[in-house]
Ligand binder design. Structure first.
Ligand code: COI
Length: 356
């Protein structure tokens, strides 16, 4: 990687828009902070990144990513600790994952100086935008897209990397009802399911719209060969508690996103002495566990959603209702521990939070 810039030019807004935000009633992803980071890649090198006032982009209608989807993103969150200092949760992990996505999508690596240090500079500048009530955070959205002015199909040579931030509340406001996919497919071995490519989300819109019409909130994706092996839920990794074990699909087949929250949850569960099995999970195993009275909890994990409880799972016209989440021993304890770490209320023994 050549041309790694170390200095970030900053152009501040003349007047903040923060007064437009109702911090007592924050939704997910509706309001954007005063500034954004922009860095361009051309002739094989990154140019000096800039932090500038948040605003619209001017792009040629022939810009490559609009046509062919050479576009990837990440999701990260910043919180304020009890001393009022901004802290970012595991940004290095998102940086590494961004570059795994970039590699698979024939895009350049984003240098750490731009991704992590640029993010810290941006969060530092817009620190007043970090909400502080429980279940809120400053959602940070790094993304990169191909900017060649060319509609031939080939890997682009010019790219733009940006970071925008948004004070956000919970992604889901209540436990979600899930339809287990018996026809649509999100990912397959050799594909891009393990990346945060824009197309992974674009392809999910129609099936999700269909299950919403049927009265469900989200899809639990299954493999394309048997529609039995569960993968991810909507935008989250999937966990299920059967008896005294926690099961989650393993990430060895290019089909599952290596979630940063997923990894944090597995680490914390193991530290609590709970057995976690990362392996293939057949939907029949979940249905049978329910019949035997062993199905205790099911939840999704993700940066945006944090830990989202599942209310019900429907597979081939059979609906399984999970026990009321107030009775859940695993997810509730996990969420409390994770929140304490994220909001800096306990010592960060894992080195997961970074001050800006
Ligand atoms: C995240 O959890 O950060 C995600 O990327 C999900 C997003 C599509 C809302």
């Amino acid at each position: 990687m050549s041309g790694t810039p170390t200095k970030i030019n900053i152009k501040k807004v003349e007047k903040s828009r923060i007064g437009e935000v109702d911090f007592a009633n924050i939704q997910f992803g509706k309001k954007y902070s005063d500034h954004m980071l922009v860095a361009h890649y051309e002739n094989g090198a990154w140019l000096q990144p800039e932090i500038v006032p948040y605003g619209d982009l001017a792009l040629s209608p022939a810009t490559t990513f609009i046509h062919y989807g050479q576009s990837i993103f990440e999701g990260v969150k910043a919180y304020k600790n009890p001393q009022g200092e901004p802290i970012i949760f595991r940004p290095e992990e998102n940086w590494k994952r961004m570059n795994r996505s970039a590699h698979r999508m024939a895009m350049p690596d984003v240098p750490r100086e731009i991704f992590v240090e640029g993010m810290k500079a941006l969060v530092d500048l817009d620190r007043d935008w970090i909400p502080t009530s429980e279940d809120t955070a400053l959602y940070i959205r790094p993304f990169m897209f191909a900017t060649d002015e060319f509609i031939g199909v080939k890997p682009a040579e010019k790219f733009t990397f940006m970071i925008i931030t948004s004070p956000s509340g919970p992604y889901y406001s209540k436990p979600v009802s899930i339809y287990v996919s018996d026809s649509y497919v999100r990912a397959f071995p050799g594909g891009i399911g393990f990346t945060k490519a824009a197309g992974n989300y674009g392809m999910s819109m129609y099936p999700t719209q269909e299950v919403r019409k049927m009265g469900y909130d989200q899809i639990l994706w299954t493999d394309g060969f048997t529609h039995k092996k569960v993968q991810e839920i909507g935008t989250m990794n999937f966990f299920v508690v059967i008896g005294d074990k926690v099961l989650t699909p393993d990430i060895d087949h290019d089909t599952i996103l290596a979630g940063v929250t997923r990894d944090s949850v597995i680490t914390l569960l193991k530290e609590k002495g709970i057995t976690v099995e990362e392996r293939e999970i057949d939907i029949d195993e979940i249905m049978e566990a329910n019949e035997k009275g062993l199905l205790r909890e099911a939840f999704g994990t993700g940066t945006a959603a944090s830990i989202a409880p599942i209310a019900s799972l429907t597979y081939e016209n059979k609906t399984v209702n999970l026990p009321p989440m107030e009775t859940w021993a695993v997810a509730n304890a996990l969420k409390a521990t994770l929140s304490d770490i994220r909001y800096g209320r306990v010592a960060d023994t894992h080195g997961w939070t970074e001050k800006v």
